[in-house]
Design a protein around this ligand. Sequence first.
Ligand code: PMP
Length: 394
Amino acid sequence: MLNRLSPQSPDKIIGLMQQFRADPRTDKIDLGVGVYRDAEGRTPVMRAVKAAEETLWRTQDSKGYVGIEGDPAFLDAIRTLVLGEAVPAGRVAAVATPGGTGAVRQALELVRLADRKARVFIPAPSWPNHAAIVNFLGLGEVAYRYYDAGAHALDISGLLADLETTGPGDVVILHGCCHNPTGAELTPADWAAIAEILGRTGALPLVDLAYLGFGAGLEADAAGLRLLAGALPEMLVSVSCSKNFGLYRERVGAVLALTPDETARELVRGNLSNLNRQNFAFPPDHGARVVTAILGNAELRADWAAELETMRSRIETLRRTLADRLRETSGSDRFAFLAGQKGLFSLIGATPDQVAAMRETHGVYVVGDGRINLAGLSETNIPKVAEAMLAAGL
Ligand code: PMP
């Protein structure tokens, strides 16, 4: 039986991580994998997480199962963090999932339960797992214009024109903030224009929110999706707590489904619950409980928000420092876009050959599409990264 399987292509970023580990050069620089790093190159356990885990360890007296949908207190905390006061709680169905990937998967499985022929509009480019999951589930994949690679900027007129072609059987994936891989953000006016179009065409937005707090701040990063939530009858949000709580390996995430009313909410909740039961029964609990403890305690929450803000502003400083260095060494402004973009990632516009040259000659590891993780930079390695980029002909 198992010999009938066909080989799967390995994940490119995981392959790059392995290659980086095997590289003996001591001054190699990893701008590949999408995790936050501090000035020492570490991905730390956040202070509030440590404190909440300590209390949890002391007070938790059972590891018995929790509900299929996850802990209701976690779901309430995430709903409030993400949606704020934008919609009444009675319109939102929610389930906990294993990370943001689990949330995207459950959200798209929900779509498939509703309509096996649904088409899913995916920004070009996007996180590769979007298309991978859509295809795995047998849904239709349609790319919509998002990024103008030549201008290193959002292609808003292309985006709006493509979304005009959507209809009631369609889903539109949007990145809530910190677009992966481009770092090109939608402005509030862009979100309003998207809300107006989707309100007219009847397409369902699926907002993937994996970097809340990494762009312009916790409230500002949620503003776009809250605007959609206030304007539309239905919306799906896939939430990840991997980056903003630093809980990557604990697999903490949730699907929030905005519905027109409480009757619809119950129908959706029952379907999400059933999907959890089919796929893994009970979602992981430890990390979700840590998040709940942090968000429910004023002191822990303030400390978490402060540490997240430090991470956010570090990325902003690194963006500016790299852009400045490139301006000085190239004598041109062509890398100014790096400073204005948001979140962990930008596309530096490198061809696969240029990516290989940066790796081989300078030990600077960049994803094949030219995506860099800005958090892999530091005050000390920025000159070398700039030199590698210019030496590769960028
Ligand atoms: N969506 C996007 C856009 C992402 O970049 C990521 C993380 N790479 C995720 C979802 C999911 O993250 P996780 O499953 O680790 O929570």
